[in-house]
Write a protein that binds this ligand. Structure first.
Ligand SMILES: NC(=O)c1ccc[n+]([C@@H]2O[C@H](COP(=O)([O-])OP(=O)(O)OC[C@H]3O[C@@H](n4cnc5c(N)ncnc54)[C@H](OP(=O)(O)O)[C@@H]3O)[C@@H](O)[C@H]2O)c1
Length: 298
């Protein structure tokens, strides 16, 4: 299977490319700047430029993982970059597909559980309504751009990814040091749900979706056991054998992180992988204990 991956230098892309076998897949990367290695196509996703559009002919699948990292203060400039890097890059890719004689058969486009917004204890599946606010709006526009590829006969998957647990990037890697120093603790009320997925499972899910042509549309890429922030804190501290007494009050998060803190760190959603489970995907890590033990103690 010949696959083109964008955002390949990110947390998910790096793991995915290392995890998949080059015996089964011919891997190509869509890159924004020069890198060492083979099978690369250069592009400027927001400026709308690719080194040679004909190189995009004949891929079995495109996995689109590009996007400005959402962590950081959401200034107007940062919000613009978060939106444009997802919406414009996806629009440009689909425009490129429309000019091909052989567009990809499958388009797996990253999306996020941020689609659902802050939803308390509501159980959310792919059939649930969208939330409200900046990031749900971004996810809606991002998915709409990806879905345009269906008109070309492409199988489109909107990969609504949960919080990826990896020692090499994202939330867990930033929490590890304070927790190891015994400075961990509950954030805000601790009642907000964290719908997580292990880095191993997200790569396996991408492979599974490439190989299962019957699955399409939105797919919640989350483990079957979302946890509250309090449960997550207790589990991580227990596995590291450290106390977690240093609670961080909500006002401090709002003060330091502003809108980003309010909409991500203090917000929560209990998202369930209904489509993956009903289609037969078997999770490597269904529960947080086993995932954290393998990730943190590796
Ligand atoms: N990790 C998570 O917990 C999580 C959760 C939900 C959704 N997602 C989504 O899944 C996708 C991949 O996640 P990730 O954790 O691998 O992200 P990441 O580590 O932040 O990497 C994203 C990649 O996108 C490219 N990129 C960065 N800034 C860009 C910009 N301004 N314009 C265009 N491309 C840019 C870079 O790749 P190149 O330099 O190679 O182009 C970067 O390595 C993202 O769209 C993210 O929103 C991730």
């Amino acid at each position: 299977m010949k696959i083109l991956v964008s955002g390949s230098s990110g947390t998910i892309g790096t793991h995915f490319l290392n995890a998949v076998s080059s015996d089964s897949f011919e891997l190509w990367r869509l890159v924004r700047s020069h890198r060492e290695g083979e099978n690369m196509i250069f592009w400027d996703p927001q400026g709308g430029h690719v080194s040679d559009p004909s190189l995009l002919e004949g891929f079995d699948a495109v996995v689109h993982l590009s996007g400005e990292n959402i962590i950081g203060r959401w200034t107007e400039e940062k919000k613009n970059s978060i939106r444009q890097s997802r919406v414009l890059s996806t629009r440009y890719l689909v425009d490129l597909f429309s000019g091909l004689q052989n567009p990809p058969k499958t388009f797996i486009c990253a999306s996020a559980i941020g689609y659902y917004g802050d939803r308390g204890e509501e159980r959310l599946t792919e059939r649930s309504a969208i939330g409200s606010g900046f990031f749900p709006d971004v996810c809606r526009e991002w998915e709409e751009e990806a879905n345009r590829a269906s008109d070309l006969g492409v199988r489109v998957i909107n990969l609504r990814t949960g919080v990826v647990l990896s020692p090499k990037g994202g939330i867990l890697s930033s929490l590890l040091l304070p927790f190891k120093m015994g400075l961990g603790g509950v954030i805000g009320s601790g009642q907000q749900y964290l719908s997580w997925i292990s880095i191993e499972d997200i790569s396996r899910i991408i492979v599974y979706l490439l190989e299962h042509e019957e699955v399409k549309g939105p797919v919640n890429a989350v483990s079957p056991s979302p946890m509250t922030n309090r449960q997550f804190t207790t589990t991580l501290a227990r596995i590291l054998r450290r106390p977690a007494w240093f609670a961080v009050p909500a006002f401090a998060i709002r003060l330091f992180f502003g809108e980003m803190g309010r909409c991500t760190i203090l917000a929560g959603s209990m998202v369930l992988p209904e489509k993956l489970l009903s289609s037969g995907y078997e999770f490597l890590y269904k529960d947080l204990d086993s995932a954290l033990e393998d990730i943190v103690l590796e």
